[in-house]
Design a protein around this ligand. Structure first.
Ligand code: ZN
Length: 326
């Protein structure tokens, strides 16, 4: 932790911070992210530094960067934020906003209508496609309703692709076949990302039943795109026509679409880790947290995403939903 006994700082003023604990997140990073629960700020401090001090920007804002001398060389850290008297979450959000991030996810729905892998041939029916297009229309009110607005859905675009998928290489691990993304992968939609600001791509492909795929309905999180177009990918392999609805807080949710919700929340889990918050209960730990598998897990998703778990354990924070934009 970093600590300082100062309770206020003026622009341009120097003050010293002390630290006594590293956050263990690998040896590759020069700058370690530090969280301070006592003084409620987030800072980045250098690993193996022999001293540093902090200067508040002359513009009077509360954003800092650390200077450090490491092996005789001066280094500057990532920017960090000290908001005296504010919560750590507020500081995290302020920094994210400064970087152009927000909680609005733009989505692209890609419907791969046909699969032709070896002897396995399968196509989505017109009904299947109509169902997926309905998911796309509903995803905004579904996610914003479940999360009470903590996650916003911006643009939602649907594109149908009739060219068959001809290979299914690997999944998230070795135990099942799924799709790989990008140049040389089973599926490559990098060109579709070029002129779009997309945060999550929902890939629908009728590979359910393909030998080696096991029994999964959806998988996530994958990633696609290049550095500036990188986005999350979730994969749904089938569409179930048995639809039931569940009324929660006056809103009717389609329980069947929770496969899509589930995979999108796996993307949020990964996003949360990348934003520095990983102490949440895992999406799969439903019963471990005293919830039951019912209503497509909507009640569990609601409490997890709103950080209101009945047992007091941690769910997602607002920063969990913050994503970059182009
Ligand atoms: Zn899952």
């Amino acid at each position: 932790m970093i600590y300082s006994n100062k309770t206020s700082v003026r622009a341009g003023e120097h003050f010293a911070l002390s630290w006594y604990e590293y956050r263990a997140d690998g040896d590759m990073t020069l700058w370690k992210r530090m969280e301070n629960t006592d003084y409620e700020f987030v800072a980045y401090v250098p690993k193996h530094s022999d001293g540093y001090d902090i200067t508040l920007d002359q513009n009077g804002t509360w954003y800092f960067s650390l200077m450090a001398s490491i092996d005789g060389q001066a280094h500057q850290s990532d920017e960090f934020c000290v908001l005296v008297g504010a919560s750590q979450e507020e500081a995290d959000l302020r920094l994210a906003q400064e970087k152009g991030m927000n909680n609005t996810w733009n989505m692209l729905f890609l419907i791969y209508e046909n699969v032709n892998i070896g002897n396995f041939r399968k196509s989505f029916s017109a009904n299947d496609i109509a169902r997926i297009e309905m998911y796309a229309r509903d995803i905004k009110y579904t996610m914003e309703g479940i999360t009470a607005g903590r996650m916003q859905i911006g643009t939602v675009e649907t594109i149908r692709i009739s060219t068959p998928i001809t290979s299914a290489s690997s999944g998230l691990g070795s135990d099942c076949r799924a799709l790989t993304y990008g140049p040389g992968g089973d599926v490559n939609f990098d060109d579709l990302l070029e002129n779009r600001d997309v945060n999550a791509v929902a890939v629908f492909a009728p590979i359910g039943g393909l030998p080696g795929t096991g029994g999964w309905l959806g998988l996530a999180p994958f990633k696609a795109g290049k550095e500036d177009t990188e986005c999350y990918v979730l994969l749904i392999n089938d569409v179930d026509l048995n639809v039931t609805y569940y009324n929660m807080e006056g809103i009717s949710y389609m329980e069947e679409s929770t496969a899509l919700v589930h995979e999108l929340l796996h993307c949020v889990e990964q996003n949360s880790r990348e934003n520095g918050w990983e102490q949440f209960e895992a999406l799969h730990d439903v019963e471990e947290n005293g919830y039951r598998f019912e209503h497509g897990n909507l009640l569990w998703y609601k409490d997890l995403t709103r950080n209101q778990l009945k047992n007091g354990h941690k769910g997602f924070k607002r920063i969990s939903f913050y994503v970059k934009h182009r």
